[in-house]
Design a protein around this ligand. Structure first.
Ligand SMILES: CC(C)(COP(=O)(O)OP(=O)(O)OC[C@H]1O[C@@H](n2cnc3c(N)ncnc32)[C@H](O)[C@@H]1OP(=O)(O)O)[C@@H](O)C(=O)NCCC(=O)NCCS
Length: 235
């Protein structure tokens, strides 16, 4: 099984036939992990497909392989790439990683100013998010949109979240902030420019030293020739 056996594309209305299977697999996987999820209906998933806010992975024979969708919160200031699921028979082949990259790019295209975040207990998702440049943050840095937090009500750990007054829970919060990333990029460009300037100065200094050395060598040679001519060796 190779990644090249799959297509990973933004989902459209022609994919709604897969919605039921996707929801069934999301529920099965959550049950197997012993965690809760923000439960989504096939209608909800189908709508995401119609709105172009989802990515689907299909095997080249047409079998459904994976899925993820975009949700927006706080009037589009925050975006979450939710509901990541890969069909059990296609796991551990890099599909989740590829789907997350595609949905991340789609989120950036659609909502370039939004902060992209995730809440997860899954090591695989933490690894993938980290590779994409997400940073671990406290819950206070996530959307405070009540609708988002309502999604946690179907999680087995909801009591913990409530007890901790939504400050933390079992999930790790991760965030990709476009403003922070732009700042980091600007700093990297500035550092590169400074290093280039320093190298230019060093090169300039070294060529000046070379010229001084050549001049000194020339005058020393001239002096030695004069001494030899003036004071020939006694026979
Ligand atoms: C989690 C899930 C999406 C991973 O899908 P996948 O296609 O097998 O993942 P990938 O092959 O792309 O692996 C990505 C990385 O995670 C690691 N990984 C995959 N499954 C893992 C697991 N169960 N435990 C720990 N690490 C795991 C891989 O080794 C890889 O790491 P690497 O880049 O360092 O090699 C899949 O197991 C799944 O659908 N699970 C049920 C639903 C779920 O848990 N969704 C996440 C909700 S937050």
């Amino acid at each position: 099984m190779e990644l090249s056996d799959f297509v990973i594309i933004p989902a459209g209305a022609h994919h709604i036939g897969y919605a039921q299977q996707i929801c069934d697999e999301m529920a099965e996987s959550a049950k197997a992990r012993g965690t809760g999820i923000a439960r989504r209906s096939p209608e909800y998933v189908a709508n995401k497909m119609k709105e172009g806010k989802a990515v689907i992975a299909l095997h080249r024979d047409g079998t459904w392989a994976g899925f993820c969708y975009i949700e927006t919160w706080s009037h589009g200031d925050f975006v979450a790439n939710s509901g990541l699921v890969v069909s059990p028979k296609f796991r551990k082949a890099g599909l989740a990683k590829a789907i997350k990259k595609r949905i991340f790019d789609l989120s950036r295209e659609k909502y370039p100013k939004a902060k992209i975040f995730g809440l997860t207990t899954g090591l695989a998702v933490m690894k993938i998010n980290s590779d994409l440049g997400y940073e671990p943050v406290t819950y206070s840095e996530l959307t405070q949109d009540e609708e988002f937090w309502k999604g946690c009500q179907s999680c087995v750990n909801y009591d913990i979240l409530t007890m901790k007054e939504r400050k933390n829970c079992m999930c790790t919060a991760m965030l990709w902030d476009p403003v922070e990333k732009e700042k980091e990029l600007r700093e990297r460009i500035e550092m590169k420019a400074k290093a280039k300037e320093r190298l230019k100065q060093i090169t300039k200094k070294s060529s000046l030293l070379k010229r001084i050395e050549a001049k000194l060598w020339k005058s020393t040679k001239k002096m030695v020739t004069t001494i030899i001519t003036r004071y020939p060796k006694p026979i």
